[in-house]
Design a protein around this ligand. Structure first.
Ligand code: MN
Length: 206
């Protein structure tokens, strides 16, 4: 099962990054991270903490809110926190592109063929998502993979799937560094993916 994120002393906390703000440069600049992590994600955390106070959602796990809350402010902020935690939690400083291993590598090969073909399909799904949203690699409980386009704050958990890998296609994720060149940004992001994290999320799906 995916690990649940509970509030601490009644408050959801801003994710601690496993790298420094300047360490993803030049794929994601320090300036983009200052805004994307330090302003956008921090605002979602503050907004959700304020919004759940005194409601049925107070004290509940983030993942439960994402699965069950009605469309609206509580869901939007919870979804954006979970999405960004998965996004920022899957990176490490840029290096040569690594590849998935073990069970996940076999599932990707079975579903998509060559790893390069999978990357191409994933980038195309991200580039063609109209407006703001997220592109995901997700799995069902049997390990069957899917590339999923989600709008706004949506997450595969809401569709009975476990999220594994994601790229944020909201303009705030790339506009300072890439302006309108979303496809170039998506292509560059592979250099940051820590496949050890994704492999583990795949194994933890059950
Ligand atoms: Mn974002």
């Amino acid at each position: 099962m995916m690990k649940k994120t509970l509030p601490i002393d009644g408050k959801f906390q801003l994710l601690e990054l496993p790298y420094g703000l300047g360490e993803l440069d030049p794929v994601i600049s320090e300036k983009t991270l200052e805004f994307h992590y330090g302003k956008h994600l921090a605002a979602y955390v503050n907004n959700l903490n304020a919004a759940v106070a005194g409601t049925e959602w107070e004290g509940r796990a983030l993942e439960d809110i994402v699965v069950s809350a009605a469309e609206g402010g509580i869901f939007n902020n919870a979804g954006q926190i979970l999405n960004h935690n998965l996004y920022f939690g899957q990176f490490r400083p840029p290096c040569d592109e690594s590849e998935p291993a073990g069970e996940l590598a076999q599932a990707i090969a079975k579903q998509f063929g060559e790893f390069e073909d999978f990357m191409d399909l994933f980038e195309k799904a991200g580039a063609s998502l109209f407006g703001s949203g997220w592109v995901w690699l997700s799995t069902d409980d049997k390990g069957r993979l899917e590339i999923m386009q989600c709008r706004n704050a949506d997450n595969p958990l809401r569709h009975g799937q476990t999220p594994l890998l994601t790229m944020d296609v909201w303009e705030h994720a790339y506009y300072l560094d890439y302006q309108n060149r979303r496809p170039d940004h998506l292509k560059a992001l592979w250099q940051l993916i820590d496949w050890n994290v994704i492999n583990q999320r795949y194994l933890d799906r059950r």
